[in-house]
Design a binder for this molecule. Structure first.
Ligand code: SAM
Length: 280
């Protein structure tokens, strides 16, 4: 008979967030697939548990996944965990869970912390409808495509970010969401220097321009509130608006397109192209 796969959430900072079910799952597992075995061994040592471990990380997901599935089909139980938080959420695990479903293997959630929900719960932003956006790509093209997709989002948006990329991300937020957009910065959750700061994009940008960001960050951005009239503008309307702005402000068409597209359903490049066509 096939074994099972436990998808085990682990603390995001505070070891007191370990749960009895987490311990039980590690004990019930024949082996543990860990993102970084050096990190997970510390947790296991803390619990006094010794188990065989294999590393399961970004660059070996498919092959290791097939290997894990093979062992589970042969009857072993596997616990999968990441360095911190819930596997599969911007962490390894998603492919393994898909492979498990495809092979009829039972997947058991061992619930626990995840930075996304922890941050949202204390953010002071609307929680009724939200979307998790993970990390913005470091590749410029994908990053801008991603921001274009969420530019008109009305739900609360949650992003993960690394400290060395925070400043650039805040600059991009200013461009796409505006300086006045409400933003909560949730830093070092459940740790000694935990900080929950309900602010605006502009204020946060000013602060982190002066102070270098330290620690782990979740950014919770309020959804946009758009006037129906702006949403209903056609591309042709916005292209005309672009030309008007360009002429009245005496600025290049690219800059005018950036201003004209705000709160509309169109990207600045769409508006730029349409305005160029109008100009002939
Ligand atoms: N799977 C994990 C989870 O469920 O929370 C997230 C893993 S992702 C690779 C790591 C990112 O999560 C960090 O860069 C940061 O954005 C966020 N994060 C993790 N722990 C955090 C904490 N204690 N405080 C704030 N953000 C945290």
């Amino acid at each position: 008979m096939a074994g099972v796969i436990y998808v085990v959430a682990t603390p995001i900072g505070n070891l007191n967030d370990m749960t009895p079910r987490m311990r039980e799952a590690f004990e019930a597992a024949d082996f543990i697939a860990a993102e970084d075995t050096r990190v997970t061994v510390k947790l296991l040592n803390h619990l006094g548990i010794k188990k065989p471990m294999i590393s399961y990380y970004e660059h070996n997901l498919k092959d290791k996944g097939e290997y894990i599935i093979g062992r589970v089909l042969a009857g072993e139980n596997c616990a999968v965990c990441s360095d911190a938080g819930t596997p599969c959420i911007s962490d390894p695990g998603e492919i393994l869970v898909k492979q498990a479903h495809a092979n009829g293997i039972r997947v058991i959630p061992i619930t626990g912390p995840s930075a996304v929900i922890t941050a949202l719960s204390v953010s002071g932003q609307n929680t009724g409808r939200f979307c998790f956006e993970g990390f913005l790509s470091t590749a410029k093209k994908q990053r801008l495509e991603h921001l274009e997709q969420v530019k008109n989002e009305t739900r609360t948006m949650i992003f993960y970010e690394a400290p060395h990329k925070l400043l650039n991300t805040l600059k991009d937020f200013k461009e796409y969401f505006g300086a006045d957009r409400s933003l909560t910065i949730a830093r070092e959750l459940t740790k000694l220097h935990e900080q929950i700061w309900l602010t605006t994009v502009g204020e946060a940008l000013d602060f982190y321009t002066e102070n270098s960001p330290k620690g782990e960050f979740v950014l919770i951005v309020a959804g946009g509130v758009f006037e129906t009239a702006e949403k209903e503008l056609t591309l042709d309307d916005v292209a005309h608006k672009c030309i008007e702005i360009m002429e009245s402000e005496n600025i290049p068409m690219k800059e005018a397109a950036k201003l004209a597209c705000v709160k509309t359903a169109f990207s600045k490049s769409e508006v730029y192209k349409a305005a160029q066509n109008l100009r002939g």
